[in-house]
Design a protein around this ligand. Structure first.
Ligand SMILES: Nc1nc2c(ncn2[C@@H]2O[C@H](COP(=O)(O)OP(=O)(O)OP(=O)(O)O)[C@@H](O)[C@H]2O)c(=O)[nH]1
Length: 429
């Protein structure tokens, strides 16, 4: 069967559900197809005689205004196409959103009559779901978004809800145009982690979860992103998810974590943190061949200080000793009070002899320090210390417990040898 071009065109239009319109800008003549009338619940006959006013009467006054503006922009060459969405009144009394598109048809032979031709498509359902989506997005506590990563590495947001403004002080539109506006706000210390976690999620297609700080004009605060990746046939990955503000919870969590690893009296780290650090360092050292030294220090006859001058004076001695250690160790060293009058210094990338020297300088510092009790009595004190070194390169599989025990053994050896001394690796000095 031979199909004429017109039959084929009509079949296509039927398939799309589009109404067609043709409007002669010079004579005012107007033509609509039957589908155009059906879209609004009428037959063409019911709406006859057809004129520009037929369209005008059925259209929402506000939208007529914007349609006219869109037409003027198109006819003056400012817009590439005549395009707008106009609410039109359906026979059932409801407004329908009609997506209107049109182009100017210039036929040389009839150059004096300019026909504007186009389609009307009912997009009410899309408009309503868009509206529902916007309402939903407004009621959610965070930004909802879709982030896209193309195989070539280009990335962008294909959707960002309005809350982008509340979180970043940037409009969704400007971030859709330039995703780096958001990435540039991420704290420099957190940015590599954010990139890394996106790369991992792209690789594994596992859920992306990341906590990071942003620095905006409103201050620095913690955000959390959670999104699920989806890869299409072209290798493009889209993450659909949400960003929430976790600043209060995160700061509380960090504060609690800090408290849980801090010794209240001296402000140094506590035993728990030292053990964790040692476990991490031994594991890492075994892999990368790192080395570190440990100094275990125990104040001599501390019980006598408490007994003679009172507990508060004992506390003051511990605090002063903590200050002395901190002022004579490096920032990279970790100092902990691991028991009543016991302290441990962890010194990364430090050999035995260097650590021994630090211990010795501390010994002299404490020995020369003079303390005053609440009653005004002056007294001094000393400590005994053990030093050990651990080297991953020698691939010893000493456990942290064994290591601490070896350090304590050296410290006990110092006590036995008369106190106020440093013993390195079990050898008396
Ligand atoms: N002031 C004060 N004393 C504490 C604290 N924690 C533990 N102690 C005391 O520290 C003392 C430790 O005494 P011992 O373990 O007998 O050791 P020492 O008297 O230092 O003797 P050597 O270690 O053998 O030199 C005990 O009296 C504890 O009550 C604290 O936080 N503050």
């Amino acid at each position: 069967m031979h199909l004429t071009a017109e039959t084929r065109l009509n079949a296509i239009l039927d398939g799309t559900g589009a109404g067609t319109w043709e409007y002669n800008l010079d004579t005012g003549e107007i033509i609509f197809n039957e589908r155009w009338a059906t879209m609004l619940g009428y037959t063409l006959e019911e709406l006859s005689p057809l004129s520009f006013q037929t369209w005008e009467k059925l259209s929402h006054p506000t939208d007529i205004e914007s349609a006219n503006q869109a037409l003027t922009a198109y006819l003056s060459g400012d817009a590439h196409q005549f395009e707008c969405v106009v609410r039109m009144l359906h026979k059932d009394g409801d407004w329908r959103y009609i997506h209107t598109r049109g182009t100017l048809f210039n036929n040389d032979q009839t150059a004096e009559s300019r026909w504007l031709m186009g389609t009307h498509l009912d997009v009410t359902r899309e408009k309503l779901s868009q509206h529902q989506m916007e309402q939903l997005a407004k009621s959610l506590p965070g930004i909802i978004y879709t982030f896209v990563l193309e195989p070539g590495g280009r990335y962008f947001f294909s959707y960002l809800s309005e809350k982008t403004w509340d979180f970043y002080g940037l409009t969704a539109e400007e971030c859709l145009d330039d995703p780096d506006k958001i990435f540039n706000l991420i704290h420099p210390d957190d940015l590599p982690r954010v990139h890394e976690s996106i790369a991992v999620s792209a690789q594994t297609l596992d859920e992306w979860v990341c906590e990071y700080r942003v620095q905006t004009e409103r201050g620095t605060y913690w955000l959390k992103g959670v999104s699920r990746p989806e890869k299409d046939a072209d290798g493009r990955i889209s993450w659909h998810g949400m960003t929430i503000n976790i600043d209060t919870e995160k700061n509380l969590e960090l504060e609690l974590e800090q408290l849980s690893i801090t010794d209240e009296l001296t402000g140094l780290y506590n035993r728990r943190y030292m053990l964790r650090k040692l476990q991490e360092s031994v594991a890492q050292g075994e892999r990368y061949g790192d080395t570190f030294s440990l100094i275990s220090l125990d104040i001599d006859f501390f019980k006598t200080i408490n007994d003679s001058y009172g507990h508060p004076t004992g506390d003051a001695v511990l605090q002063r000793f903590a200050d002395i250690i901190e002022s004579r160790t490096r920032k990279s060293d970790i100092v902990a009070r691991t028991g009543g009058e016991e302290f441990i210094i962890f010194m990364p990338n430090t050999g035995l002899s260097e650590a021994g020297h630090v211990a010795e300088s501390l010994r002299i510092a404490l020995q020369t320090e003079s303390f005053v009790s609440d009653e005004g009595e002056t007294f001094g004190t000393t400590f005994s210390a053990g030093v050990v070194n651990w080297s991953g390169a020698e691939s010893q599989t000493t456990s942290v417990r064994d290591l601490l025990s070896a350090c304590d053994q050296s410290m006990y050896a110092a006590k036995r040898a008369g106190r106020n001394r440093v013993v390195a690796n079990g050898n008396g000095e």
